[in-house]
Design a protein around this ligand. Structure first.
Ligand SMILES: NC(=O)c1ccc[n+]([C@@H]2O[C@H](COP(=O)([O-])OP(=O)(O)OC[C@H]3O[C@@H](n4cnc5c(N)ncnc54)[C@H](O)[C@@H]3O)[C@@H](O)[C@H]2O)c1
Length: 253
């Protein structure tokens, strides 16, 4: 087994209070990194020696900048940015709500860009950095009732590629991870909503989910975090502009 060592490095993780973001923040912290978590659901900010938790709505450019400023002031820079937070909504394509369009694009696309631009300014001065965007297999395929989310995740992959092209000259590597079906609160909510819209039960949808995965099980957040840690590590120093599936074989392209 190869132990990844992030000692002395600083990672900023959006949406790190629960689900995939929390697994990523915890794994990088265990690996020795200083971690700054920004999440809209933070009620009590925390500041441990190597772990800072700060309220942040990434859809606010001011909040996004403030999170990166905290990383610089407390830990001296930003080596790794993981854009993990995301939101979803479910509806048929002819009934998509304006407020869902706004929130999904503001958080999943523009928020990712706001946090990245603030981190890039620091990474350029360091002449080094890793940006890892949590996209989805929904950035490569279409899924029923997920029009707005699918559109946003396609946008994330497009933005990832442009960032990789522009930032390679500054030694900033930018990749995306495309999880499949991961057991988190987001997935739980989607199963409830999908069941109501399709006249099924959430258990029916869970069984359908498992049947689509070659490995026969849905993912745990740590399955995704492991790949993020790899992309943040020296093992991935010749990778940029990639969109890596972590789907148990459900998506192959
Ligand atoms: N769960 C899945 O099956 C799955 C699959 C593919 C991709 N993803 C992606 O993985 C990422 C994490 O998803 P998850 O399943 O862990 O979701 P989750 O809902 O369990 O957790 C998301 C976290 O992001 C935070 N958040 C939401 N809006 C925010 C905002 N505006 N600013 C800052 N933080 C905000 C939430 O408070 C929460 O802590 C998302 O980008 C999601 O699209 C999830």
């Amino acid at each position: 087994m190869i132990a990844l060592d992030f000692s002395g490095q600083t990672a900023v993780v959006s949406g790190g209070l629960q689900g995939i973001g929390k697994a990523i923040a915890d794994l990088l912290h265990i690996g020795g990194a200083n971690v700054v978590v920004g999440d809209i659901a933070v009620v009590k900010p925390e500041r441990d020696r190597r772990y800072v938790v700060q309220p942040c709505d990434v859809a606010s450019r001011t909040d996004a900048q403030a999170l990166i400023t905290t990383a610089r002031e407390v830990f001296g820079g930003v080596d790794i940015l993981v854009n993990s937070c995301g939101v979803s909504a479910m509806s048929p394509v002819d009934a998509m709500q304006e407020r869902d369009w706004q929130r999904i694009l503001d958080v999943n696309v523009k928020g990712l860009s706001y946090l990245s631009e603030a981190a890039i300014r620091i990474m350029k001065t360091q002449r080094a950095g890793r940006i890892i965007n949590i996209a989805s297999q929904a950035g490569k395929n279409g899924y029923r009732l997920m029009g707005q989310y699918v559109a946003s995740k396609h946008a994330v992959l497009g933005l990832t590629r442009v960032m990789a092209i522009e930032l390679a000259q500054h030694n900033i590597l930018v990749n995306a991870v495309c999880p499949g079906i991961v057991e988190t609160e987001m997935k739980w909510r989607e199963r409830q909503q999908g069941a109501a819209l399709r006249g099924l039960t959430a258990d029916d949808i869970y069984a359908e989910d498992c049947s689509q995965v070659l490995l026969g099980r849905t993912a745990q957040p740590l399955d995704v975090a492991n790949v993020v840690a790899f992309l943040a590590s020296p093992l991935a120093s010749y990778m940029t502009g990639q969109a890596i599936n972590v789907t148990g074989g459900m998506t192959m392209h």
